[in-house]
Write a protein that binds this ligand. Structure first.
Ligand code: ADP
Ligand code: MG
Length: 143
């Protein structure tokens, strides 16, 4: 398990970190992205999605749990926002089926201390915290 801590001081730096992390991802991978509202979760996912070949504008899902974006011919980038779900136990397991698995790389936003047992096979765990104004501390745990 490797832990890396990166401090960013503007949204572009957080996007760049997302793009860099995208370089290590493979088909079927899940990335958990935790942090308070406004900490930059969606910003990081946007940078990662672009680096994976998504050309559509990546925005926060608000009327559904997630979005799916085409990334080239063979890959779909899923972006789920489970910030408002306390847990997935009560949800239909099929809810996630359309977003995870072969042919996809999925980014899942969570509240800071959510248990996320359901997604325990995540390849990367990213946690963002506010450090005042435009500064954010981003911890990346691999494996
Ligand atoms: P979340 O998905 O965690 O709620 P968003 O990525 O939607 O957060 O929003 C983060 C907000 O904070 C954006 O308005 C972004 O411009 C701003 N921001 C300021 N500094 C940073 C930074 N260093 N990294 C990421 N976002 C930042
Ligand atoms: Mg968000």
């Amino acid at each position: 398990m490797a832990v890396r801590i990166v401090d960013t001081s503007d949204p572009a730096e957080t996007e760049s970190l997302g793009a860099e992390l995208a370089g290590s991802l493979r088909d079927g991978d899940v990335v958990l992205v935790r942090g308070e509202l406004g900490s930059g979760k969606t910003t990081l996912v946007r940078g990662a999605a672009r680096a994976l070949g998504v050309t559509d504008c990546v925005t926060s899902p608000s009327f559904s749990i997630g979005h799916r974006y085409r990334a080239g011919d063979r890959l779909t980038v899923s972006h789920l926002d489970l910030y408002r779900l306390a847990g997935l136990e009560q949800e239909d397991p099929a809810l996630l089926a359309d977003y995870l698995g072969a042919g996809r790389i999925a980014f899942v936003e969570w509240p800071p201390d959510a248990a996320a047992h359901e997604l325990s096979g995540a390849r990367l765990r990213v946690s963002l915290t506010h450090r005042g104004e435009d500064r954010r501390r981003i911890e990346v745990v691999d494996g």
